[in-house]
Design a protein around this ligand. Structure first.
Ligand code: 5GP
Length: 114
């Protein structure tokens, strides 16, 4: 049994994914269970378990995720806006223990989220 997260396995090519972006710090791919017409996950290569596990030295990585998300939103034509979501821990409904930013768009979002 692998100790790698699902997202590490995607980066390793062990699980297929519809990639939209790759660089040395992160990758981005379409979510397997989309919650909006556009639902992309922006994921650092470093398997940081989540926001709760961040250290100060991760600040550049986290900033990079947001810059990449903004760029992908533009590339995918989300001109009317979009939503970025990071779930953390059990109460936050995080299901994959590898930090990721959800980029959701292509429909009008509602507030508050459930
Ligand atoms: P979380 O619930 O941790 O915030 O988000 C995890 C996300 O990963 C979910 O939206 C889920 O659909 C997505 N996901 C889980 N497994 C896979 C997979 O194997 N491939 C892709 N592309 N997305 C996945």
């Amino acid at each position: 049994m692998s100790d790698k997260t699902i997202f590490e396995r995607i980066f390793a090519g062990e699980i297929p994914a519809r990639m939209v972006h790759e660089d040395e710090v992160c990758g981005a791919f379409h979510d397997i269970n989309p919650q909006a017409p556009t639902h992309v996950l922006v994921v650092p290569r470093k398997p940081i378990p989540g926001i709760s596990a961040l250290s100060a030295s991760d600040a550049l990585i986290v900033g990079h995720l947001f810059v990449v998300a903004r760029r992908i939103a533009a590339e995918l034509g989300l001109d009317g806006g979009f939503r970025l979501v990071i779930n953390d821990g059990e109460d936050g409904q995080q299901t994959v223990p590898h930090l990721h930013v959800h980029l959701l768009g292509g429909r009008k979002m509602t507030w508050p989220p459930g």
